[in-house]
Design a protein around this ligand. Structure first.
Ligand code: NAP
Length: 492
């Protein structure tokens, strides 16, 4: 039986339910999920708060062990999780394997990080012998119970035990997950793995709960409640901004770490195309179309010199793109929005759409490129908007100055990619300066998809890519979102 998971127990008090959806069959699944009642939300909040003080002061080594136990439980339940994952997302088993590995290894990244001696210590300044200058010890403490919202396109790595939950638990913050309604069964099974792991430790069961809702009421109650001290969100701009505004409307506002959409511009310099067109057109056609382009780092906007080489590159890219396989999209509403946003561009711009012919794939993410000019880009708002799916806009530019003008128009991004020769990079320092202020990750001569999970990763970027560009959602530094500095001062 499925239900809300509150402090290790399954709770089904309400009468309202919803069903998950199978996009590959374009029909509802039979598993029903009860929408959390007000009492259930209250219960999850109360036990979350009650468990906070002991959890936040627990030994990092115990939290490290908890993360390893969660990884073990996930491995034990891998095959049933895989079944639910494919049934609810339409993603292939091969993609499940990649995402599972990433989720599993991420737990060990944090568990090892917690083994670093004194990982909470930031700095220490000794006092003087006469006691006129104090002794200061600055360290990190956890901020309190966190609400986590997962994304539809990563049912594991950005969902119930995704980066937000793992980093919050590592920091010593209890977590309440609002499960994503596109993959509730996967979320539930992962939730049970977390509960089984907690039951093997001395931690309070209150450090993890997961609630179900296919509308916004539960989410809003959680974010507005004073016991919640932070929010981790991965999803659309509309969702992230709505939750950010809600949290800021509280009498006591809290940080919302919303990782949102991005168009991930690619800036191509003229000489770089002489030798690399073949290689890059192959790499980018895959990067745009892989898993129906449903990645926040999918390259969605290209600036290409209007030259013979530039046109040859675009023609190679479009030919290869059309030959790539098409995939079922995650859900009818994502498919609907994909088509709608493409249409908005077609209605507003005079460019040309190059698109694969329709096939028999259900809810098909049919890949395409829209070819236009940099001068149109400067005038038309929709050309800068994320189209979530296997689609990219190509803008031919005339001069480097025009390229700079376009760059200045683009709002904050998760990534920016530069395809250029060494000489072009050296010659265009002022352009690189602009790019530094545009994105959280800058890629030279490769694709932006594929986010390595490690200490040096920064997955974030200026608004509207995220609501706080100073923090990363991926890698061990993401723990910093859920801790705050405190200094202890004495005169001895
Ligand atoms: P989404 O529709 O924003 O959903 C994310 C979660 O937030 C869901 O649980 C959703 O609940 C909830 N939500 C959305 N609007 C809300 C509101 N106004 N109030 C309360 N809760 C709300 O996003 P998605 O379709 O799952 O994911 C696709 C988007 O995520 C793309 O734009 C993609 O670029 C972005 N993404 C970003 C990253 C990143 O790291 N930056 C990673 C992956 C995906 P409901 O489903 O009930 O609406």
């Amino acid at each position: 039986m499925f239900g809300n998971q509150i402090a290790g127990k399954i709770s089904c008090e309400g009468k309202r339910i919803f069903y998950s959806f199978n996009p590959s069959l374009n029909q509802q699944n039979t598993s029903a999920f009860p929408i959390a009642t007000n009492e259930e939300v209250e219960h999850a909040l109360a036990i979350s708060k009650n468990s906070f003080y002991s959890f936040s002061s627990s030994k990092p080594s115990d939290r490290s062990k908890l993360l390893e136990l969660i990884a073990e439980e996930l491995a034990l339940n891998k095959s049933i999780i895989a079944k639910a994952y494919c049934k609810e997302s339409g993603l292939l088993l091969s993609r499940f394997e990649i995402e599972f590995k990433r989720t599993y290894e991420q737990l060990f990244l944090f568990s090892n990080f917690l083994k670093t001696p004194n990982f909470e210590l930031l700095s220490e300044t000794l006092g003087d012998q006469k006691n006129t200058l104090p002794h200061l010890v600055k360290k990190h403490v956890s901020i309190g119970p966190i609400v986590v919202f997962g994304a539809s396109n990563f049912p594991l790595a950005y969902s119930t035990i995704g980066g937000d939950t793992v980093s919050a638990l590592a920091a010593g913050c209890p977590v309440i997950v609002k499960a994503h309604p596109f993959h509730p069964e996967t979320s539930f099974l992962v939730g049970e793995a977390i509960n089984n792991a907690i039951s093997k430790t001395n931690f309070s069961r209150g450090i993890f709960s997961q609630l179900f809702d296919n509308q916004y009421s539960v989410a809003h109650k959680l974010v507005l409640d004073n016991r919640i001290k932070g929010v981790g969100f991965t999803g659309s701009y509309i969702g992230g901004k709505a939750l950010f505004d809600l949290a800021n409307s509280r009498t006591i506002p809290i940080p919302v770490f919303a990782e949102m959409g991005s168009v991930n511009p690619v800036f191509v310099f003229p000489n770089s195309l002489q030798e690399k067109s073949e290689e890059w057109s192959s790499l980018f056609s895959k990067s745009i179309t892989n898993d129906a382009g449903q990645f926040c780092t999918k390259p969605g906007l290209f600036f290409i010199p209007r030259s013979e080489n530039g046109k040859r590159f675009v023609s190679m890219l479009s030919e290869k793109l059309i030959q790539e396989p098409s995939f079922t999209m995650l859900h009818p509403s994502i498919h609907f929005n994909f088509e709608k946003k493409k249409q908005e561009i077609l209605d507003q711009s005079k460019g040309e759409l190059i698109e694969k012919k329709e096939s028999t794939v259900i809810l098909e993410g049919r890949q395409g490129l829209f070819v236009t000019s940099a001068s149109e880009f400067l005038e038309i708002e929709s050309l800068e908007k994320e189209v979530f799916g296997p689609f990219a806009v190509i803008c031919y530019y005339e001069t480097i100055n025009q390229l700079k003008e376009c760059t200045e128009k683009i709002s904050g991004q998760l990534t920016a990619t530069i395809l250029a020769t060494q000489e072009e990079l050296i010659e265009n320092q002022s352009f690189l300066f602009l790019i530094n202020h545009l994105a959280g990750r800058i890629i030279f001569n490769n694709v932006p998809t594929g986010v390595r999970v490690c200490k040096s990763m920064h997955h974030g970027g200026p608004f509207p890519a995220t609501t706080d560009s100073r923090y990363t959602a991926v890698g061990s530094d993401s723990i910093l979102r859920f801790m705050r500095p405190i200094v202890y001062q004495d005169n001895y």
